[in-house]
Design a protein around this ligand. Structure first.
Ligand code: CTP
Length: 433
């Protein structure tokens, strides 16, 4: 008889009392209805590793939506259900818990989403990616806290190994190739030798995965603490070229990611900034291939396009004689993540200084006077108002006026010379200044 491990002390020590209490109530409720409830997946792995993880995933041998509906009445929270998958999400205060009906999966076609049907906890654990993610903890009062470890997950945790459950795992779902690298690098583990062999052999299976799912995996990687470690490993194992052959996971990228972290600390950099840095070495055409391969949503696609287009204009920003208003003109209109990416990635110190000046100061400079002020000063409403405001903006940027009074004087000087045509007034403005 294998030894029974009870983790109830660990649960109490590592998880907040509200969540522990919730699990106990849920376990009692399931038990009273003759069903079994389990805590599963990443949170069990992290409990054993002593790492914080508050993403509770519960699996019920029974109808999870029904149980969730009963629980939501106690917590007075919000419930979101997916009847097709037999899953529900409960949210209350700052907590969120996923409940799923135990299921088994069959993969009809590599890379496609599996066919699912209700199953037991054993079949639910068997459908998972790596042994370290297949452990569960019993929550029913009779066995509360008992560890269920059917596939040697605990042993692999102790030996720091990422191991798949069966040899078709990467064929069934090649996103596990990326997931494996993510766990290996996040936890500082090793891919177990047979898993590593199968991973390498099945790299071509990544072609069976949709762009949306690959993008999702990449986003998960870019939300890790050190994504560059995963990308470096992906380059080493020749997985990275499957995203795009021109991408690199090298020292340059590691340095830029680190600078990005310093810039946004204590928060992690947004995915868009990391992605823009990752795609920085790509040509315009390669960039477009990446955008379409990953089916990037509009905002990320714009960040990548802007980054690339600004990169090709950096030469104009490297002119040491540029006035602040010219710097502004060259940079405004680009998305701010694209500008930040260029400030980190560009290799001309002068262009970098100019971008920094824009980010720190110029982008906030605005004239004080408005169109209304100009009409109050005697200008008839016309398109020239906009032009004068633009010129005032430039004068402000270049430090030629520094106060509202200065702006008014400048406008008055232009209006005094109204005898000449408005266009002439405007073209002569810079000379007068
Ligand atoms: N899973 C899987 N194959 C996938 C995705 C997920 O087998 N392609 C399983 C894993 O066992 C995982 C569980 O579903 O533990 C939940 O997935 P997810 O929330 O992505 O993983 P967690 O382990 O909860 O999160 P983390 O990234 O912190 O490990």
């Amino acid at each position: 008889m294998p030894e029974i491990t009870n983790l109830s002390d660990k649960i109490k020590k590592q998880l907040p009392a509200e969540l522990v209490n919730f699990m106990q109530v849920a376990g009692e409720m399931a038990y009273s209805q003759g069903q079994s409830l389990y805590l599963v997946g990443g949170v069990v792995r992290d409990l054993l590793l002593g790492q914080t993880n508050l993403d509770l995933d519960l699996v019920l041998e029974g109808d999870a939506i029904n149980l969730a509906q009963q629980l939501v009445e106690i917590n007075r929270g919000k419930i979101t259900t997916h009847p097709r998958f037999g899953t529900a999400k409960l949210q209350w205060d700052k907590w969120s818990v996923d409940l799923a009906t135990a299921r088994s999966e069959t993969y009809v076609k590599p890379g496609a989403l599996p066919r699912v049907k209700p199953g037991t906890i054993n079949s639910d654990l068997f459908r998972r990616d790596f042994t370290i993610n297949t452990m569960a903890i019993y929550l029913n009062p009779s066995h509360y806290g008992e560890l269920i470890d059917l596939y040697g997950g605990r042993d692999d945790l102790e030996h720091k190994l990422v191991r798949i459950l069966h040899e078709k795992s990467f064929i069934d779902d090649a996103t596990r190739i990326w997931r494996g690298l993510r766990y290996e690098q996040r936890l500082d583990f090793q891919l177990e030798p047979t898993t590593l062999e199968l991973l390498k052999r099945n790299i071509p299976m990544l072609d069976t995965i949709s762009g949306d799912r690959i993008r999702h995996e990449l986003e998960l990687i870019l939300k890790e603490k050190y994504p560059e470690k995963i990308l470096r490993r992906a380059e080493e194992l020749e997985v990275l070229p499957k995203l795009h052959p021109a991408l690199k996971g090298n020292g340059w990228l590691a340095e830029k990611f680190e600078q990005a972290r310093q810039l946004t600390s204590p928060d992690l950099p947004p995915v868009g900034l990391y992605l823009a840095l990752q795609a920085y070495p790509l040509t315009n055409e390669e960039n477009e291939q990446l955008v379409s391969h990953l089916r990037l949503p509009k905002s990320l696609a714009r960040t990548l396009r802007d980054t690339n287009s600004l990169k090709t204009n950096l030469e104009s920003l490297a002119d040491p004689e540029l006035s602040p208003s010219s710097i502004y003109r060259l940079l405004h209109g680009y998305s701010s993540l694209a500008i930040t990416a260029n400030s980190l990635a560009c290799d001309s110190p002068i262009a970098c200084q100019h971008i920094q000046l824009f980010l720190d100061e110029l982008r906030y400079v605005k004239p004080t006077l408005t169109g209304k002020d100009l009409t109050r000063m005697g200008m008839a409403p016309s398109p020239h108002i906009k032009e004068i405001l633009n010129l005032l903006h430039e004068a402000r940027l270049d430090g030629e006026v520094r106060s509202k009074k200065g702006e008014e004087e400048l406008v008055r000087r232009w209006l005094d010379s109204r005898g000449r045509g408005a266009g002439e007034v405007l073209t002569n403005r810079s000379k007068e200044l």
